[in-house]
Design a protein around this ligand. Structure first.
Ligand code: NAD
Ligand code: MG
Length: 389
């Protein structure tokens, strides 16, 4: 029996994870569930899955959750705040952690899980983008099994040989090919992009996801973050990571080998497939997702990304090449810009402009400690906010 902590249980990935877990009560037990502020949803999950611990963002939310659970006779212990999050991610009672908090807020508990040697199912790409070296060092030091849940990275993981070990040259890997749908604005007239509304930006053609990642997909910053994520997960250089637009989202990514072979993983666009793969690895279990119907899909197409349409993708490659804290600065500026866009405070095109300004303004440093990294993250957020006001 594997005991699981789900960080970000009320989100899109969290809910899909619970869906897979519920299909296999003989294999998985929920140890802890966490959410930021959606108390009602978290309470319903606690009543159904009976975790030992539930963590929320504030004392008020904790009080509200406790009241609901007490009334229903549920014995789940309620805690709040970052220390409690880190404790549930590293607790002795927990074997595996689904890291599905959105944004930089997910870094401390995910890092705590890595340091404690837990099996990590990594959905929270921002945590890895921010802390790259630090995070991978923690994983190597503790021997924590790290399983990518992001569909592209999960696909690449499936296409790499067993025991790959982040060394492309040793295994004849020439490139990893990250596929991208191109999002909702792939074909929209360039000079109308400034008019884009948040509702249009979050309406992804193939995937149903949280609002932040949906906006990231529309700017292709999501793919940019995934390029950096692939660098850390697979030891591939920026030149070895190629983005290919594939609007059908059937091929989730590919690995190209020196002998000319290209291996791909195909599937319906449903995150329960990579989640089930991560949960059961190296076994395979039912996820609730059916096989792709290739005849119905009929055609798969591919083309190169256009950096003029998607400047965020270029900015992410720049940050990867700059190294040090540049990816953390890129990520922080993007989080502030996306939130401002969703709140109606800036236009769509201002997202990439704001990130570029912050990156120009902050030189970045080499990465040393977590404290320094968080300091750079804070500085980038302050800078971005100062450019908005
Ligand atoms: P979401 O917005 O649906 O859910 C986010 C979860 O994080 C919620 O449970 C929320 O309560 C929690 N949360 C938010 N802010 C928090 C904070 N400050 N402190 C603690 N908890 C907080 O997001 P999502 O779409 O499920 O994405 C989660 C992560 O997975 C993101 O990093 C995203 O990039 C990654 N991811 C998502 C998908 C997808 O299909 N949704 C695919 C690949 C990767
Ligand atoms: Mg992805």
């Amino acid at each position: 029996m594997q005991r699981i902590t789900i960080l970000g249980a009320t989100g899109s990935i969290g809910v899909s994870t619970l869906d897979v877990v519920a299909r296999h009560p003989d294999r998985y037990q929920v140890y802890a569930l966490t959410a930021h502020s959606r108390v009602k949803e978290l309470a319903e999950q606690c009543l159904r899955f009976h975790p030992e611990v539930a963590v929320v963002g504030s004392a008020d939310a904790a009080q509200a959750l406790s009241a609901i659970l007490k009334e229903k006779g549920c014995k789940t212990e309620v805690a709040h705040g970052e220390t409690a999050l880190c404790d549930t991610a590293s607790a002795a009672e927990c074997d595996a952690v689904m890291a599905a908090i959105v944004g930089a807020a997910g870094l401390p508990p995910t890092l705590a899980a890595a340091r404690a040697g837990k099996k990590i199912l990594l959905a929270n790409k921002e945590a890895l983008v921010m802390s790259g070296q630090l995070f991978m060092d923690a994983v190597s030091a503790s021997g924590a099994p790290l399983l990518p849940i992001d569909s592209e990275h999960n696909a690449i993981f499936q296409c790499l040989p067993h025991g790959y070990g982040r060394a492309p040259a040793h295994h004849g890997v020439s490139k990893v090919l990250l596929t991208a749908s191109g999002g909702p604005f792939l074909k929209r007239e360039l000079d109308t992009l400034h008019d884009v509304t948040p509702e249009e930006a979050v309406a992804h053609p193939n995937w149903v996801m949280g609002r932040k990642i949906s906006v990231d997909s529309s700017t292709m910053m999501n793919k940019g973050l995934e390029v950096i994520e692939a660098h850390w997960l697979f030891g591939a250089s920026a030149e070895q990571i190629e983005v290919v637009i594939h609007p059908q989202s059937v091929i989730h990514s590919m690995v190209s080998y020196v002998d000319g072979s290209v291996l791909a993983q195909l599937g319906n666009p449903d995150m329960r497939t990579p989640i089930a793969y991560g949960l059961a690895y190296p076994e395979r279990i039912a996820s609730g997702v059916g096989a792709v119907d290739l005849v119905k899909i009929a055609q798969l197409s591919f083309f190169q990304p256009d950096f003029q349409r998607f400047p965020c993708l270029r900015l992410a490659y720049d940050a990867l090449l700059a190294g040090g804290t540049a990816p953390a600065i890129l990520n922080a500026a993007n989080e502030v810009a996306v939130q401002a866009f969703l709140d109606g405070r800036i236009g769509f095109r201002a997202i990439d402009q704001l990130i570029a300004r912050v990156m120009d303004a902050l030189p970045g440093t080499g990465i040393a400690s977590l404290a320094e990294l968080l300091d750079q993250d804070r500085l980038a957020r302050e800078k971005a906010l100062s450019f908005i006001q």
